[in-house]
Design a binder for this molecule. Sequence first.
Ligand code: ZN
Length: 83
Amino acid sequence: MSTVEVKMFSLVCDGCGVDANEDTDFVAYMQEFASREIATDNGWLLAEDGKDWCPECCEWDENGDELKPRDTVLLAASQKEDQ
Ligand SMILES: [Zn+2]
């Protein structure tokens, strides 16, 4: 067998840039859905707009009864995009 290059998937937080697998036994996953599913299990918010947020960058929205990115994190992320 020859050595081959493999493609793998992980998630990086759109707020702070932390890698979803940083403190786990895994570097990444072979399937994109698996990396997303496991991140969700670990408290990540995978938003409908395509952005992914780690638990540290999220807070519980009492009104909407759901997880949402912190206002300060959203503000910082939008300022980063403007540059
Ligand atoms: Zn984060």
